[in-house]
Design a protein around this ligand. Structure first.
Ligand code: KIV
Ligand code: ZN
Length: 518
């Protein structure tokens, strides 16, 4: 019987430390509920002491999300641990996760305390946390640059103090697989009471080795892996959850001693949801969930795939709840083919809505020779996001070029009314955003802007996601077009409409209909 590898998801804590990835409480809750559907074992919901908003977000996850253990992070300070407990105590299964540096670099330059003082701080913190709950995790920050004997002493002491999970983080992504595997094996051999705890690893991706290091650790005794959806996280990110879960399954021949309980069919949806709410795009070549992960482009590969899929494909897209091999649609594809593709993607539109969609499809197919499922998906996301628009883009003209002052004219409609404004800016997009601000009267801060091509070629559809800050809250807007300036304006308007919907909903959260589709 294969042994279970526990999946500890830190998307909402370490993942949210990705620059520009701030999530509001409603967004965090939405992701946490999806992580529960993905069947992760532990959700690290946040770092409650860091702000009142973070505290509230963790508490609402603890109260509302059933299934996984709900953990939150604390330094070894009593006030941090108190805050974690207050935030997670209503969870079905709460966990307190506390940490302290163990490397000489951290001890001397950051903590400025000697090893023995730090060792006793660690044990005191675990004992303090233990007064609240049986489930206490202790992390030795910067473990991979720490002295092994000191680390083993700390581990033995914190287990004696009551820690039930011991985490070995590669905080700076310094480890390489063989050496990291050996480190885990040595910890298993040298710490006499290690069998009383679960050994965990937490790998960062600074050298692109986070997944490889995590798998090497599993082979050598780690039974919990900490990882994030889409591999997001501090700096170069953390080990990607989807890569670890899929690797353990696809290479069952090699990893036959191990299994996870992850529901792989939820991976695609979870990945898209995290990307859309954080505003961090998924690289096209990202393993397992990138757009190109199932696309075959060379003639030799296409020929092989048509003869037998196994020639060039080791992962079936359906395994992760994604979309199977692509059918290329053109302006000559009839309603039947387009409807079939939509149904394959999980969209069943009533006739009247389908006609409208088909009209959008023909407009796109006129501009672009070939239309792929990703194009349809982007059109669909656009439709859903605009299902109840407050402002609609009617007209856009921008002027830019070397030696000219960028300007824009924007016409928007809202119900029966229309509004026209023009403005200047640092570039045509900035000018258009300024014109929109004049119309809406909202003063927004652009926190994050991302542009990606969702399909290939010069006529590819561009998808823009923006993160807008308004009165202390963040809103993600998305828009698509073959014209990137228009996509940028659509994304901005989508964000503006969400803000207005939020206000109309009496300050509740605007329904993010585009998120997580299909
Ligand atoms: O990278 C790290 O060391 C961490 C710990 C707090 C677990 O994120
Ligand atoms: Zn980390």
């Amino acid at each position: 019987m294969p042994e279970k590898i526990f999946i500890f998801d830190s998307t909402l804590r370490d993942g949210e430390q990705t620059p520009g990835a701030r999530l509001n409480s409603g967004e965090k809750l939405k992701i946490a509920k999806q992580l529960a559907r993905l069947n992760v074992d532990v959700i690290e919901a946040g770092f409650p002491i860091s702000s009142p908003g973070e505290f509230k977000a963790v508490r609402s996850i603890a109260r509302e999300v059933k299934g996984p253990v709900i953990a939150a992070l604390a330094r070894t300070l009593p006030e941090d641990i108190d805050a974690v407990w207050e935030a997670v105590k209503d969870a079905e299964r709460p966990r307190i996760h506390t940490f302290l540096g163990s490397s000489r670099i951290h001890m001397e330059h950051k903590l400025r305390k000697d090893p023995e003082t730090l060792l006793s701080m660690a044990t005191e913190a675990v004992k303090y946390a233990k007064r609240y709950t049986a489930d206490v995790e202790y992390s030795l920050e910067d473990a991979t640059r720490s002295d092994l004997d000191y680390m083993c002493r700390v581990i033995e002491a914190v287990i004696n103090a009551g820690a039930t999970v011991i985490n070995i983080p590669d905080t700076v992504g310094y480890a390489v697989p063989e050496q990291f595997g050996e480190l885990i094996r040595k910890v298993m051999e040298k710490v006499p009471n290690i069998h009383r705890a679960t050994l965990s690893v937490h790998c960062h991706n600074d050298l692109g080795l986070a997944v490889a290091n995590s798998l090497a650790a599993v082979e050598n005794g780690a039974r919990q892996v900490e990882c994030n959806i889409n591999g997001i996280g501090e700096r170069a990110g953390n080990a990607a959850l989807e890569e670890i879960a899929v690797a353990l399954l696809i290479r069952q021949d090699y990893y036959q001693a191990f299994r996870t309980d992850i529901d792989l069919r939820e991976i695609y949806k979870t990945s898209r949801l995290v990307s859309s709410l954080t505003g961090i795009p998924i690289p096209v070549n990202k393993a397992v969930i990138g757009v190109n992960a199932f696309a075959h482009s060379s003639g030799i590969h296409q020929d092989g795939i048509l003869k037998h899929k196994s020639t060039y494909e080791i992962i079936n897209a359906e395994l992760i709840g994604g979309i199977a091999a692509q059918m290329v649609l053109t302006a000559r594809s009839g309603r039947h083919a387009v409807r079939h593709e939509l149904q394959e993607m999980g969209f069943n539109l009533p006739d009247s809505e389908f006609e409208e969609f088909f009209h959008n499809f023909l407009e796109l197919a006129d501009k672009k020779k070939e239309v792929f499922r990703e194009d349809l998906e982007a059109l669909m996301a656009d439709r859903l996001a605009y299902a109840a628009p407050t402002y609609t883009l009617e007209y856009l003209q921008t002027v830019s070029g070397t030696g000219s002052i960028p300007s824009a004219v924007v016409k928007l409609s809202k119900g029966e009314e229309t509004f026209v404004q023009s403005d200047f800016g640092a570039g045509p997009i900035d000018a258009a955003y300024n014109a929109i601000d004049k119309i809406t009267g909202l003063h927004l801060r652009l926190e994050n802007y991302n542009l990606r091509g969702v399909t290939e070629g010069r006529k590819a559809l561009g998808e823009v996601s923006v993160k807008l800050e308004f009165q202390g809250r963040s809103y993600v807007g998305r828009g698509t077009s073959t014209d990137v300036i228009e996509a940028s304006v659509r994304a901005y308007l989508n964000g503006v409409n969400k803000i207005l919907l939020t206000a109309a909903n009496g300050n509740g959260f605007a329904p993010d209909k585009a998120a997580g589709q299909p």
